[in-house]
Design a protein around this ligand. Structure first.
Ligand code: NAD
Ligand code: DAU
Length: 336
């Protein structure tokens, strides 16, 4: 089987590429990535010379290049992660989110249709459902109507609609996965958990938006990888699968857990201006995926411990990022 993974130099796509290369020596995994600020290939040192792995530098919006690649490579499967993924950036610069997430997805769908791929898995997000209130008995199911609130989630919801339409109109064999917040190795330090770990380790203030009571439902990235693997091989064509492990935490609780684990002081917490349109709560009902045979392995407690240890053991990786373009973004975003 030849599998195209888009966005395989990013956080989740990168973990997924490594998982697939190791798990399926008889598959060939092609990682296609534009290497934006969020893409980095150094994470693939251990697999870059494997026979069942190759890298293609390309923009998913580049129709000509994408079509010619699909024609030459005749992929069996496409697993589509490539995206602009950060909500804060989408509030400041929505255009690139439409370009990459909507137009890029549509180009890939056309290319997949042109060679009749066996499966197109579109990696989407729970944010397309909008927000829940704080009633703990409410969850996002696959039947929850889409109500995206940020330019990021609006672009992901639009791409979901295109994926659905290519199934309904052209019979393309697709699945959409909608996962909750991921964390784990190689998470880019603009997102809450790696931002907190890296700043606490440097004795720098951690910016908390609003009152810190917003809730996210955290899933270890390795559990997300197994979910996508299952959907790729067993998902029923045209179906949506929510992915989540019932790990709801307030942002403040997450930050406090990290500060405590690193033996630092809570005076590092700094309340800053709230995110515009800040969604209150996300929480996933994963019953449909569990019925397909999936179970997460990590509780938040074991997952965060493993993740903090990974950031301690891999300081060079995130310090290189903090020394680059990201530094200018951080100053502009937080004025800290
Ligand atoms: P990321 O920002 O870490 O990685 C995105 C990757 O896509 C990068 O390697 C980047 O270089 C690449 N890319 C961007 N534009 C491209 C283009 N035009 N052509 C080719 N490659 C391009 O993102 P992530 O957090 O790993 O998220 C991956 C996917 O999973 C996204 O589609 C996101 O919406 C979805 N998702 C993320 C989370 C989360 O918590 N991070 C949760 C659910 C779903
Ligand atoms: O739910 C899935 C989504 O999770 C994915 O689709 C997105 O790609 C991913 O970025 C993530 O979105 P969030 O907006 O939830 O993640 P982020 O890490 O940016 O923020 C998590 C929470 O922490 C959110 O309530 C905002 C808050 N926050 C974030 C940052 C960066 C802060 O309080 N301070 C911060 O500095």
């Amino acid at each position: 089987m030849k599998v195209l993974v888009t966005g395989g130099a990013g956080f989740i796509g990168g973990n997924y590429v490594q998982y697939m290369v190791n798990k399926y020596p008889n598959y060939h995994i092609v990682n296609l990535d534009l290497l934006t600020y969020a893409g980095d290939l150094t994470k693939h040192k251990e697999i870059e010379n494997r026979e069942n792995y190759s890298f293609v530098h390309a923009d998913i919006v580049d129709r000509e290049k994408i079509f010619s690649l699909f024609k030459n490579e005749k992929f069996d499967y496409v697993v589509h992660f490539a995206a602009e993924s950060h909500v804060d950036r989408s509030i400041k610069e929505p255009d690139i989110f439409v370009r990459t997430n909507v137009v890029g997805t549509q180009v890939l769908l056309d290319a997949a249709k042109s060679i009749n791929v066996k499966k197109f898995v579109h990696v989407s997000t729970d944010e397309v459902y909008g927000e829940l209130d704080y009633d703990p008995s409410t969850f996002f199911t696959e039947k929850t109507p889409l109500a995206p609130n940020s330019p990021y989630s609006a672009s992901k919801a639009s791409s979901d609609f295109f994926v659905r339409a290519y199934h309904e109109t052209f019979g393309l064999p697709v699945n959409i996965t909608r996962c909750s917040n991921n964390y784990g190795p190689y998470h880019f330090p603009e997102k809450l958990i790696p931002l907190t770990i890296s700043r606490v380790l440097n004795d720098q203030k951690v910016p908390v938006y609003g009152d810190g009571k917003n809730i996210r439902d955290w899933l270890h990235v390795y559990d997300h990888c197994t979910a996508i693997d299952l959907v790729l091989h067993k998902g029923i064509n045209g179906e949506v699968y929510n992915v989540g492990g019932h790990n709801e935490k307030t942002n403040l609780a997450v930050i406090q857990t990290i500060i405590r684990a690193l033996n630092k002081n809570e005076n590092l917490i700094e309340y800053v201006e709230d995110r515009l349109g800040h969604d209150k709560r996300y929480a996933i009902d994963p019953t449909k995926l569990e019925e397909l045979g999936w179970q997460p392995r990590y509780s938040f407690e074991t997952g965060i411990e493993q993740t903090i240890q990974w950031y301690l053991d891999n300081k060079e990786w995130w310090q290189n990022i903090l020394n680059g373009e990201y530094r200018a973004y951080f100053k502009k975003q937080y004025k800290l």
